[in-house]
Design a protein around this ligand. Structure first.
Ligand code: IVH
Length: 670
């Protein structure tokens, strides 16, 4: 689109979305579906991201981008959650120490702590019980994410020992690197976008609507600040030691420092050894130890005068860009990857860096043979952050994003508003075919023993497999005649393939590799609709009524089953004896008292939400993920999101309590 056209389209989208917001929130008279609204909003956000020069602080999209989400209750902080002044320079750190000592007129004891790279949280304990957990939000008020935080095992729900009756404790929720890598691997397996870094993964996890999903995220927490009227000591360091005796998780890496030399020694030691920690830190926080001194020093408008954070420089190195490869994934997405002249960076040798997409190549104005700066920040994969133009060779060629698939030659597509290019030739593009088969045989899918990426490649190169159904056509003689495969491995593979026919329906569904249908969604789909035929024939509303399935997943499922080649593939797999129906669980049903009714469960209850949902299913009811006109009852617990509540009221749905639900189950049963 030309700049003028983009401008007009953005303006048109903003006007339309403002109008629909007014219709929905003020006039109570929505004119378009939520789906259509989200689609317009997604288009606007995509265009705005690509054209920051057309920014408007009052665009309808700013509501979407705020840290405060509509779904959580907003609560004011008793004490504002301020941020810290930053410095990257040792000289400024020395100035800070001098300034503090000059202001109080004597030498000061400082505490040096790690600066955890996660998301801040404020916990309130009363009478030893965790009663609320609130995000930083805008510093004045934040989101009440108590139900989600309660799933984090390192945060005690009940304290022990001699704790004050009421206090707040603040800290950082973060995701250790190993857990982050595992989470991203499983997201990619499910065709979902990976998180860019552990910080985003932690912050994103806290904002999930379903706390049972949060519970599976590998989140941890270190607490670093206690506030309240009856703290045991004037020393911050001592208070944290007391807090540890109450069962709170306090950083073991903090140190009392009585001189600038000790402070700088701590900073330098961690700058060089931070990579030995299992989680990311992005600097060191230096605070005065005495709380009374903190009161004396006070605050500037935004930051305390008694603390500062020293930020580590992202490690960077200069190296030469040798070439750019374009890799095609299982879903057809094409990722540009830079090949670099090998260089040492943050303890490892870097030879490749992701370039993500065409926009990034363009914004860097990358040319072949450029000297580029590579950085390893919070991200695991190094990235190119800039080009040293002074070293550019006069006749170097600009890097162009390819127009055709490097593997099969098909013209690439770019969906409007999306950054990625796709190869649409899903049926015969080799890496897409091989990627789908590798996904199909994976441990969490069909778990076929003896088969791996290399064998799949071999089978493909020899023309023995072109799709997942071909695996079931393989004969032992074909396998053992392959180079590098003996009789024994061939026999193993055949047994593995045969055994896979026993894999339950939910895993078969996951194994098909439908975009956005990961393990959890496959389970929900299978248990809600019971058979592949029901899924093939499901309407958008049927799909949307299922827990965890939103517009994006629903449209991907509909798209997959609208293709005749996929239906044909499923028919072939069915003929080979794979399971395409949920094993009957009628026997585990306690009653059919809720039969024909659909429920949305929201909020916090005396038992877990999963238990409530299991109860509904055991009595013949259906669980739906989102409220719609088809919902029979909304089971509301504490802290149900205000937006959901409003929507339920607007649709005139019956809102019932946990006790009402139990009565419904009992009454008709006895
Ligand atoms: S003390 C008045 N200590 O850094 C500020 N913050 O910019 C009190 N952080 O929002 C914060 N590790 O999320 C403090 N040991 C630590 C920290 C830490 C990480 C984060 C925190 C805060 C941000 C400050």
């Amino acid at each position: 689109m030309e700049q003028e056209e983009v401008h007009q389209r953005i303006q048109q989208l903003r006007d339309e979305l403002h109008h629909h917001n007014h219709q929905y929130y003020i006039l109570n008279n929505p004119l378009i579906s939520d789906f259509e609204f989200d689609r317009l909003m997604a288009e606007l956000i995509g265009l705005e991201a690509a054209h920051p020069e057309l920014n408007d602080p009052n665009s309808p999209s700013v509501r979407v981008g705020s840290d405060l989400s509509l779904e959580f209750k907003t609560v004011s902080h008793k004490y504002p959650m301020l941020s810290l002044g930053n410095t990257y320079s040792e000289g400024e750190l020395r100035d800070f120490v001098n300034r503090v000592e000059k202001a109080v007129g004597h030498e000061v004891v400082f505490v040096c702590e790690l600066k955890y790279d996660g998301t801040a949280i404020s916990l309130t304990y009363e009478k030893g019980k965790l009663i609320s957990a609130v995000t930083r939000g805008d510093g004045v008020s934040g989101d009440d994410v108590t139900a989600n935080v309660k799933t984090i095992k390192s945060i005690p729900l009940q304290l022990q020992g001699n704790y004050p009756p009421s206090f707040e404790v603040r800290g950082e929720i973060f995701m250790p690197r190993q857990g982050f890598e595992r989470l991203n691997a499983s997201r990619e397996e499910a065709g979902e976008a990976p998180f860019a870094n552990p910080r985003n993964a932690a912050a994103g996890s806290l904002k999930l609507q379903n706390s049972s999903v949060v519970a599976k995220r590998p989140l941890e927490c270190y607490l670093y600040q206690i506030m309240g009227a009856q703290l045991p000591s004037d020393s911050h360091f001592e208070n944290l030691k007391f807090a540890a005796t109450w069962g709170l998780r306090i950083s073991p890496h903090s140190r009392l420092c009585t001189s600038f030399d000790e402070v700088i020694a701590f900073v330098q030691a961690w700058d060089s050894s931070r990579h030995t920690l299992p989680f990311d830190i992005d600097g060191i926080v230096i605070k005065t130890d005495s709380l009374q001194l903190r009161d004396e020093l006070g605050f500037t408008a935004k930051t305390p005068r008694w603390a500062i954070s020293y930020k580590f420089k992202a490690e960077a190195a200069l190296t030469r860009l040798l070439s750019v490869d374009f890799q095609v994934g299982r879903t057809g997405a094409v990722t540009p990857v830079a090949n670099l002249s090998p260089v040492q960076l943050a303890g490892t040798t870097v030879k490749r860096a992701s370039l993500h997409n065409a926009d990034i190549i363009k914004s860097l104005d990358l040319h072949l043979n450029d000297m580029v700066s590579v950085e390893k920040g919070g991200e695991i994969i190094p990235k190119i952050t800039s080009v040293d133009l002074s070293q550019r060779m006069p006749d170097s060629e600009a890097v162009e994003f390819i127009a055709n698939c490097p593997e099969c030659g098909t013209a690439l597509l770019r969906i409007e508003g999306e950054a990625a290019h796709y190869c649409p030739n899903s049926m015969s593009c080799p890496p897409q075919i091989k990627g789908r088969i590798e996904h199909f045989i994976g441990r969490k899918a069909m778990d076929i023993d003896g088969l791996g990426g290399e064998t799949i490649n071999l089978l493909y190169e020899n023309g023995l497999v072109r799709n997942i159904a071909d695996l079931y056509r393989l004969r032992p003689s074909q396998l053992s005649s392959l180079e590098r495969l003996g009789d024994k491995s061939a026999a193993n593979i055949v047994v593995g393939i045969e055994k896979s026919k026993e894999v339950p329906f939910a895993r078969v569904l996951f194994a098909l590799g439908i975009r956005f249908v990961g393990e959890t969604v496959a389970k929900k789909l299978a248990s809600a609709l019971k058979s592949i035929d029901a899924i093939i024939n499901a309407s958008p509303d049927d799909l949307l009524a299922i827990d965890e399935i939103g517009e994006k997943i629903a449209s991907s499922i509909l798209d997959y089953f609208s293709k005749p080649e996929n239906i044909q593939l499923i028919q072939q797999l069915r003929d080979f004896g794979l399971k395409f129906e949920e094993e009957s669980s009628e026997s585990s049903n306690l009653s059919q008292n809720l039969s024909g009714l659909s429920f949305v469960v929201s909020g916090v209850f005396s038992r877990s939400r999963d238990e409530i949902k299991a109860l509904i299913e055991a009595h013949g009811g259906k669980n739906a993920g989102s409220i719609s006109a088809k919902t029979s009852f909304v089971v509301a617990g504490d802290n149900m999101g205000p937006a959901k509540f409003e929507k339920a009221q607007k649709l005139g749905l019956k809102i019932i309590s946990e006790d009402d639900l139990l009565t419904m189950i009992d009454k008709s049963g006895n």
